[in-house]
Design a protein around this ligand. Sequence first.
Ligand SMILES: N[C@@H](CCC[C@H](N)C(=O)O)C(=O)O
Length: 293
Amino acid sequence: MRLSFTKMQGAGNDFVVLDETRQRHGLTPAQYRWLADRHFGIGADQILTVRPAPTPEVDFEYVIHNADGGEVENCGNGARCFVRYVHDAGLTPKRTVRVQTRAGVLTLALQDDGRVTVDMGAPVFEPARVPFDPAGLQPMPEGAWERWPLAVAAAGPAPVPVAVLSMGNPHAVLRVEDVDTAPVAQWGPAIESHPRFPRRVNVGFLQVLGRDRARLRVYERGAGETLACGTGACAAVVAGIRLGWLDERVDVDLPGGRLTIEWPMRQGVQSPVRMTGPAEPVFTGVVEVPDLR
Ligand SMILES: N[C@@H](CCC[C@H](N)C(=O)O)C(=O)O
């Protein structure tokens, strides 16, 4: 199958964007893996598929596949690239777009400087909805699982405390002294597939630099460590705010660039998280996708 594609990146988190408003593809998981492969395919952390609106309430639908071929609920950097794509491709003149994802409806606004602001919706803390299995863990003060780090046995010498929440997709956040020396390659995969996370989890390593500045590395479910993870940055900042380490607006430096995250917790924990960051096209092309089952 010959497919037209656009390669994009947001803070170094890179994507192959496929446009099903113009060309239906029906790819198999093996074909998504092939497209994401940096040696045999195009290379990407995720594959994004743009689709026509499924309902009149939204402008488009977009579907996300990780590099391992699995479909996932949400992708923050991908959302920014999605809106830049539909705008640049002339699919809509709107600068504010509503899109249906598996995690719900997102509203995205293209800024004059080319950056994109995304209303990522409210974080979710209930363990069952992350999903996370808290069985046998000590209830935390006030019974609020969501407010405190939870001890999770990981690959380290001792259980690792993590904050657990969902940004439409599951996240575990650990605070570290220095992201440069954090054991991302060891603990990342161990926590990603820890049995307490039945659908696996994205793992963020957060270094707090000040009340409005942080550094972050993320070991992504189904993709490994990436240069940036948008939902990961939202999850890390929400966890940092709830734990009293961060203020309500934080610049997060990831290996591939900066994202600004805002969460007005004082207005209630159901307040939506806002993320602002870059979204850039890299190149376009046509690829012959092998017939892989
Ligand atoms: N890179 C993304 C997240 C992509 C999905 C994630 N790996 C998952 O499995 O949930 C982002 O920018 O949020």
